[in-house]
Write a protein that binds this ligand. Structure first.
Ligand SMILES: [Zn+2]
Length: 232
């Protein structure tokens, strides 16, 4: 597949079912800059553009291509464009399924996480807190999605260096959570893979003072080894 796609140009390739599926998978597997000329981004754009033209804006194949394109754009540090695309997709999911649907909730959480990664962490955390609250009002504090969303909120606080706020929210989430019995259906268990990994580069973009201060101290220490003993 990879060899076949390398023979083609995403800018001139026709919108074809098999090519859209291959491009969606290929763009999702490639690491950014693995091959020259922004190839993963160009194939991801091809897949989304062609899927929209062939299947329409609310087809599952278009949603899949959009998710890959958004992830690839973020990997190329085009985070604001990635957030914008996720907002368009969330609006279409809302039109199709209604604002209370779990897929809309997940899409909104993903927007907040993407916005946080783009460095708009104050807005992202406010949004995620509101998303979490509105889900908890409908489904209760011990609902698995409420628990998972609260843990995601704790993860964002933690990435911003607000460790006590993160610990408080994580403790609240775990206190509300009642572990299922061994024979409970898998749907009753929180899907913790949903929570994003800690973003170790977030300190560069963070709007809060603590990570920036820590980053400055790390830089100073790198320049002057005598300062290293003052690091936390
Ligand atoms: Zn931050």
């Amino acid at each position: 597949m990879r060899a076949a796609l390398l023979e083609l140009d995403p800018a001139t390739s026709p919108p074809r079912d098999d090519l859209i599926a291959a491009a969606t998978m290929y763009a999702g597997l490639l690491r950014p800059h693995e091959v020259a000329e922004w190839l993963s981004l160009r194939w991801a754009r091809y897949a989304y553009r062609s899927a929209t033209a062939c299947f329409g804006p609310v087809d599952e194949r278009t949603f899949a291509a959009a998710a890959v394109l958004s992830t690839v754009m973020a990997a190329y540090r085009l985070e604001d464009a990635a957030v914008e695309l996720r907002e368009q997709i969330a609006a279409r999911l809302t039109d199709r399924f209604g604002p209370a649907h779990p897929r809309v909730h997940t899409a909104r959480v993903e927007i907040a996480v993407a916005r946080h990664a783009a460095g708009h962490c104050v807005q992202a955390i406010d949004e995620l807190a509101e998303i979490c609250l509105s889900w908890a009002r409908r489904h209760g504090g011990s609902d698995v999605v409420t628990v998972t969303t609260r843990l995601q909120l704790a993860a964002l606080h933690d990435a911003c260096g607000r460790h006590s706020g993160a610990a408080r929210r994580a403790a609240l989430a775990m206190r509300s959570y009642h572990p299922p019995q061994a024979d409970s259906p898998a749907a009753d268990r929180p899907d913790l893979t949903w929570i994003t990994d800690p973003d170790h580069t977030h300190a560069v973009l963070c709007q809060h003072e603590y990570p920036r201060r820590l980053l400055r101290r790390l830089r100073d220490a790198a320049r002057n080894p005598l300062n290293r003993r003052h690091l936390p």
